[in-house]
Design a protein around this ligand. Structure first.
Ligand SMILES: [Fe+2]
Length: 277
């Protein structure tokens, strides 16, 4: 696939081999290629949840390859394809083409921007009946430039976050960002162990009081795992979310961000194997 990074639309590099990796009960993730957007490289990641009826729920799908599609098919029938925010749309069409019976879901902003895609429904705070009681939703509309649904998969106790928490590893930054751009990630705290969203997202975040109850409700779910689209996964100890005030909860609420704990087990990137590209 050749998509030019024109500053408006992401480009993607597909020189990688993707594998599904289990993380918790009926939840898997797969790392995708590197997407470039506005001059910055981002790692990508998708999540697959198997719902109680055996159907699969695909979150923020990465570039579809034959190998990845085969692995997904082996898990069960794909019933839902989910976009968490308007920047995560690039691969929706190709997955829907591969699974034409799957229902495509996104926030209202994404639906409005992509008349070429055939959405089944819009996402907000209340989960649709299709996965209500299994996956919770927390819808943040506080930035005029971005809205996002954070998901929580109850069976695996996994928080699933696209852009509201970014946790680039130092290894990734050194490989993919020029030296003079790396301080942007560090100063913006978009690195592992800190997990802030991009600075433009934070600056534009308004009406924070409306976000606090949602962040609190997510913390009170006691996540064990935290999967982000861009960066390090918190594989265990997501309980940092539930630490009382002055740490994760109040700190995050004050900034309108959702922070994640330092990982206890390094991601393959940190072990020097590099992103699966
Ligand atoms: Fe993103």
């Amino acid at each position: 696939m050749a998509v030019r990074d024109d500053g408006k639309h992401p480009s993607v590099r597909l020189d990688y081999a993707t594998m599904l990796e289990p993380l918790g009960s009926d939840l898997w993730f797969a790392d995708g290629g590197i997407v470039s957007f506005k001059g910055f490289d981002y790692p990508t990641r998708m999540v697959i949840v198997r719902l109680a009826d055996g159907g699969l729920w695909l979150w923020s799908p990465v570039a579809r390859t034959t190998a990845l599609e085969d692995e997904v098919r082996a898990l069960g029938p794909v019933r839902h394809i989910v976009s968490p925010n308007k920047l995560h749309y690039l691969f929706l069409g190709e997955w829907q083409a591969a699974f034409p019976d799957a229902r495509l879901w996104a926030t209202a902003a994404t639906v409005a921007r992509h008349a070429d895609l055939h959405f089944f429904g819009t996402l907000a705070d209340d989960p649709p009946a299709e996965w209500s009681g299994q996956i919770d939703q927390f819808y943040f509309t506080n930035s005029p430039f971005m809205d996002e649904v954070i998901f929580f998969h109850r069976a695996s106790r996994t928080a699933i976050i696209a852009d509201l928490s970014q946790t680039f590893t130092e290894t990734f930054l050194k490989r993919h960002w020029p030296w003079w751009m790396r301080p942007v990630a560090r100063l913006s705290k978009m690195v592992e162990g800190q997990g802030y969203p991009p600075i433009d997202y934070r600056i534009s975040f308004r009406h924070r009081a409306s976000a606090r109850p949602k962040i609190r409700a997510l913390i009170e779910k006691h996540p064990e795992h935290v999967v982000v689209a861009h960066g390090e996964i918190v594989r265990t100890g997501g309980e940092a979310f539930r630490r009382p005030p002055r740490t994760a909860a109040r700190h995050s609420a004050r900034r309108g961000s959702v922070r994640s704990a330092p990982p206890r087990r390094p991601h393959p990137e940190s072990r020097g194997s590099g992103p699966r590209t």
